[in-house]
Write a protein that binds this ligand. Sequence first.
Ligand code: SF4
Length: 179
Amino acid sequence: MKLLLHMCCAPCSVYPVSALQEENIEIEGLFYNPNIHPMEEYIRRKENVKKFSQDKGIPVEYIDEYKQETWEKFGGAEEQRCNMCYSVRLDKIAEYAKAKGFDAFTTTLLVSPYQKHELLMELGEKFAKKHGIKFYYKDFRPGFRQGQQQARDMGLYRQKFCGCIISYNESEYTKKKNN
Ligand code: SF4
């Protein structure tokens, strides 16, 4: 099976890549994360995905789009905001996978216990149906700690917040409060 793996960042890619390779699945990566804030953070995550995938010999396509404005203006609840965030990614990934002849797509977001796992499953299926391609679901969460440790050992950058401007502001606020 030829699988398109959406890579949200390098540390979260470590475990899914090793698990998929153990299953002898042919992987290609796609970096498409248009709401990482600020730009320096976006570049840092992208560069670390590059470093990791080159080390593992995985080809990765990079789609650079910056949609941060949508999140800056967003005033809704967290559930809606993350729904929008996952939808933007999964829609593009499914569309890309179909256009490029992959058998299925999946995302490294499924490794993180901090993400809304059930929502990711639901939206993965939704966009698979929309574009006529299979969503490869796997619960990678049991390997999260192991992957993070390996990322640390490999010297990969490990971010302290989820990604969008709202999560960035929240982490800055917590940092200031604790200092
Ligand atoms: S908190 Fe994380 S998942 Fe939710 S909108 Fe922000 S970047 Fe996306």
